[in-house]
Design a protein around this ligand. Sequence first.
Ligand code: ACO
Length: 439
Amino acid sequence: MSSDAKEAATNEYVTMTDHSTGKSYDLPVMNGTVGPKVVDVRPFYRDTGMFTYDPGFTSTGSCESSITYIDGEAGILMHRGYRIEDLCEHSDFMEVCYLLLNGELPDAATKKEFETTITYHSMLHEQLNNLYRGFRRDAHPMAIMVGVVGALSAFYHDSTDINDPEQRMIASHRLVAKMPTIAAWAYKYSIGQPFMYPRNDMSYAENFLQMMFSVPCEDYVVNSVLAAAMDKIFILHADHEQNASTSTVRLAGSSGANPFACIAAGISSLWGPSHGGANEAVLNMLGEIGSADKIPEYLEKAKDPQDNFRLMGFGHRVYKNYDPRAKVLQSHAHNVLDALGIRDEPLLKMAMELEKIALEDDYFVQRKLFPNVDFYSGIILRAMGFPVSMFTVLFALARTVGWIAQWKEMIEDPSQKIGRPRQLYTGEYDREYVPLDKR
Ligand code: ACO
């Protein structure tokens, strides 16, 4: 048990009775700083010979963490104790990265030093160019990202020793720094334009926009409103406690795999439409709905248990209230569209109409299905000029710092063990082998 876990242990117990044997077991209860109490089932198998069953981990805490806290009922999200709304209003992405990785906000000199470190790690090994060229031009940029990030382990051997704290930190800096370059190059490759190199005189968000949208034959001036919006989008996606991709990173890392391989695993998990792929799916869905008069028809489809259509960008495993990130994004959607001189963007109007109708519908009210972060992010990103296929890539770029902070926390936890869930076996048992010619 780690020292934090010892502090979290209370003198409370939950008693469980096995009625078939009449035996009772006292399970210790642990308290976090806030949030639901946790029943410690670690001795459960040893004492009872039984496993607990929780597919989808709806009732299972898989680790201790002091990085991010979510109160899904109240719609609250905090990083290291700071509310997401405050971080969005007063901070910037580099500061949030430092906070997630180190636990505290930096002072001015430390912040500058951190920004310089990230800036000077943003170039990719030149030979990685060749790796890009091995992909088909029409490859999904997420496929390229999974491949290139996994390949970083082959290029940066000097930061793959997970037992060396300095190497862990260098790998963390490299991943945060190189992700914009990797993402922008995936896009440039798909449209056949030359790769643009990072520039050390630009901020993280500016540099990403520059690598995405500039070309060598002319000067590129970054729109400051768009750079600010990009930075906010990065902050809003930076971490979200033990979601599917973060848990994937932790599980991959629990075997001692190097951080680049673990982040590649996280990117793969994020890709799915139930997770980070939902922002792409929202735009596709709005395009499919086409016009506001079709909304009721699509809501009926979403409500029909026989139809596997779901309202993309709606619902969340943890939030049973408005996702606070969606609230911030909804207001930014208007700012960005105003800055770009886009009036009456039909998709935004349709999204707001869809949201209004869904939030008044009994089906969505009863199930507490609210818009999540993906509902508005796609509209902003599209207005900024990002193709739909890049939406999940941007999510992965921003989430990298959260994944790596969670990975580091896990490696540094003395109670860390390889992740190895058990199962309820329902297959055949001890069958007699029948030779091929007798089947
Ligand atoms: N549209 C229609 N019905 C929905 C939706 C939706 N988007 N989401 C959940 N429901 C319904 C389910 O059908 C189920 O109804 P039932 O009780 O009558 O069977 C009930 O609400 C509970 O849904 P579950 O699937 O059990 O909830 P779970 O916590 O497992 O799923 C998830 C959460 C995957 C996010 C789900 O809400 C969903 O598929 N949403 C759409 C995809 C999406 O937007 N994903 C992004 C999530 S946020 C992120 O990753 C950044």
